[in-house]
Design a binder for this molecule. Structure first.
Ligand code: HEC
Length: 190
């Protein structure tokens, strides 16, 4: 095509009949498209200032939801009391006594002075005798041969048996398992 011919095509008024099979139309944009275009601009006019000044963001919304979920989880999680809820409760202590004689006495002796397991009535504690530590000892067990009792007894019965252990008559002497322990002299004679 010569330059003249190209210019002629470029300058041809629209709506003219196609020449060489090439023509140009100027159809109006459909009104639904136009309405959508205007709507996005209007939306942006409100949304942009809103987003900028309201303080809302995905981050703050996320943080708020996480904090909310944490609070709900904390409210429903079974909390471990740090103090024995059954201390001094006669009915609970009677139940604890039952558990102690059937289970714990086999290793700690019915009076708690110790057999395979150490004495529970002397002033010496290997792991400590705060409520929380005792609860931990009995629920989770200890490596020196103390089984974990949580699966069999559950928290409530463990607190009750500990409430009972507390009522056992105490001995000032270091008992079985204590560092200064001397075994009682074997009985003499026959
Ligand atoms: C199979 C024998 C056995 C049974 C049954 C048993 N214990 Fe023990 N217990 C032990 C042994 C052994 C230890 C010492 C663990 C160690 O030194 O690591 C121990 C340690 C303990 C201690 C820690 C003492 C300290 O000085 O810190 C407590 C408290 C205790 N037992 C309570 C109980 C209670 C309550 C029960 C009943 C629910 C029970 N035990 C049942 C064997 C047993």
């Amino acid at each position: 095509m010569s330059d003249d011919e190209l210019r002629e095509v470029a300058e041809r008024p629209t709506g003219e009949a196609p020449r060489d099979g090439i023509g140009e139309e100027d159809n109006p944009i459909p009104s639904w498209w136009w309405a959508g275009f205007v709507a996005t601009i209007l939306f942006a006019a409100f949304y942009l200032p809103y987003y900028t000044f309201s303080g809302w963001s995905q981050r703050t919304q996320y943080d708020a939801e996480v904090a909310d979920a944490r609070a709900r989880a904390a409210a429903t999680a079974p909390s471990t009391p740090t103090a024995n809820p059954y201390r001094g409760d006669a009915a609970a202590i009677a139940e604890g006594r039952e558990t102690f004689t059937t289970i714990c006495a086999a290793c700690h002796k019915p009076d708690g002075t110790g057999l395979v397991g150490p004495s529970l009535v002397d002033p010496y504690w290997k792991y400590g005798n705060s409520d929380a530590v005792l609860f931990e000892t009995v629920t989770k067990g200890r490596p020196g041969g103390m089984p974990a009792w949580e699966p069999q007894l559950g928290a409530t019965r463990i607190w009750k048996v500990l409430a009972y252990v507390e009522t056992l008559p105490k001995s000032d002497r270091p008992g079985l398992g204590a560092p200064g322990y001397t075994p009682p002299a074997p009985p003499t004679g026959r």
